[in-house]
Design a binder for this molecule. Structure first.
Ligand code: PLP
Length: 382
């Protein structure tokens, strides 16, 4: 489709758009139909994710991350589960980073184990742990570009190289940086998965997921997706498509806002620790600067006074909404121990370094100054 490669901002708007435009419609309409008249070539059916709404999204997402192909799914977890189940056979083993999104952690440690798929957790920064855990039946290396909720950045380049050297399929959850800040396929990863619920859609009004990679991998995953059935419904596809068009503007503003807020929090005496890779004293700052265009809109922090202080702080806030999820236009704030990481046992959280009082903030598009004032007065109230 594209003659010359475009910049990401242009691809957000134009890549994958149907040509000719349907009835001249500038915005791709919603194809609210489950089935399509036979054309003698291939069957079109909503569960098969081959409607115009799906196909446009597939091309757009592939262009954004420099992949050959993509597949959208009914949620981020549908993308992750379908990808792993498509790429693993009974008895296979996978290496997974030790601090994963809660749902992914549960999928790997509970559901997949029941199916005879085994795993070992590795530390993103410790190549010895990668080598030590590698087995003859290891098939997949699974990591996250920025870990949730501690905002660590693993040695992603070395991890992708390690996977390649050992014939593993490397899969990375790129939900936090989005293609605006990081394009994992360019750094050697095979597959990039997303919760489209978050930044890609950006408006906290749908759940969606995506996986991006080579034709060969995506064909296989698409096939499994057709059987598992987690396809994206046309209205959600329309909203995701609409949300993606403003991704660059939103993420760039969120990069700036999060850095301002992280720097502000660091100066407050009530704050014990701030986790944001954009801060110069963050242990992964150098690496993040090399890999990422921006440091993202997510940060976490701990208050002196632990869980009780955190609860008083959350109650005193006026602007950020105390709710799980992230990446929307409104700031969202949670305590991971009770939300994203509630599925983990207290002991599993402790081992992952997630304290019970840790607070995670998804910085929205409000004026950073207003957010700073709100955080400041809530800190006074603790
Ligand atoms: C939210 C999230 C998921 C799961 O996505 P859903 O759309 O809720 O299924 C996976 N990975 C990360 C990093 C997330 O933030």
């Amino acid at each position: 489709m594209p003659d010359k490669p475009h910049r990401l901002e242009t691809d957000l708007i134009h890549a994958g758009e149907l040509r000719p435009r349907i009835e001249g419609a500038v915005t791709l309409p919603i194809f609210q139909t489950s089935t399509y008249e036979a054309d003698g070539v291939s069957d079109r059916y909503l569960r098969l994710s081959n409607t115009p709404n799906h196909q446009a999204l597939h091309q757009k997402l592939a262009a954004l991350e420099g992949g050959e192909a993509a597949l959208v799914t009914a949620s981020g977890m549908a993308a992750i589960a379908t990808t792993l189940l498509a790429c693993l056979d009974a008895g296979d083993h996978l290496l997974a980073q030790d601090c994963l999104y809660g749902g992914t952690h549960g999928l790997i440690t509970r559901d997949m184990v029941r199916l005879g798929l085994n795993f070992d957790f590795i530390q993103g920064d410790d190549p010895d742990s990668w080598r030590r855990c590698l087995k003859p039946n290891t098939r997949i290396l699974y990591v996250e570009s920025i870990t949730n909720p501690l905002m660590q950045v693993a040695d992603l380049e070395a991890l992708a190289r390690f996977a390649r050297e050992h014939g593993l399929i490397s899969v990375i959850d790129n939900t936090f940086p989005t293609p605006v800040n990081f394009r994992p396929l360019k750094w050697g990863f095979d597959l990039s998965v997303h919760s489209g619920t978050k930044y890609l859609n950006g408006h906290s009004d749908i759940v969606a997921g995506a996986v991006i990679g080579s034709h060969g991998h995506i064909r296989k995953i698409h096939h499994t997706a057709n059987h598992l059935g987690g396809s994206l419904d046309p209205h959600a596809a329309f909203l995701l498509h609409r949300g993606i068009k403003t991704l660059a503007l939103r993420v760039e503003a969120q990069n700036r806002g999060a850095l301002e807020l992280a720097e502000f929090l660091q100066t407050r005496p009530g704050v014990a620790k701030v986790n944001y890779p954009g801060l110069k004293d963050h242990p992964d700052h150098q690496r993040a600067s090399r890999l990422f265009k921006g440091f993202g809109g997510m940060l976490s922090f701990e208050l002196h006074g632990g869980t009780e202080a955190a609860e008083r702080f959350l109650k005193a806030l006026r602007l950020p909404v105390n709710a799980p999820s992230l990446g929307g236009v409104e700031s969202l704030i949670t305590r991971p121990a009770t939300s994203s990481h509630a599925e983990l046992s207290r002991e599993e959280r402790r081992r992952a370094g997630i304290s019970e009082g840790l607070i995670r903030l998804s910085v929205g598009l409000e004026a950073p100054l207003d957010l700073i004032r709100d955080l400041d007065s809530a800190l006074e109230a603790v």
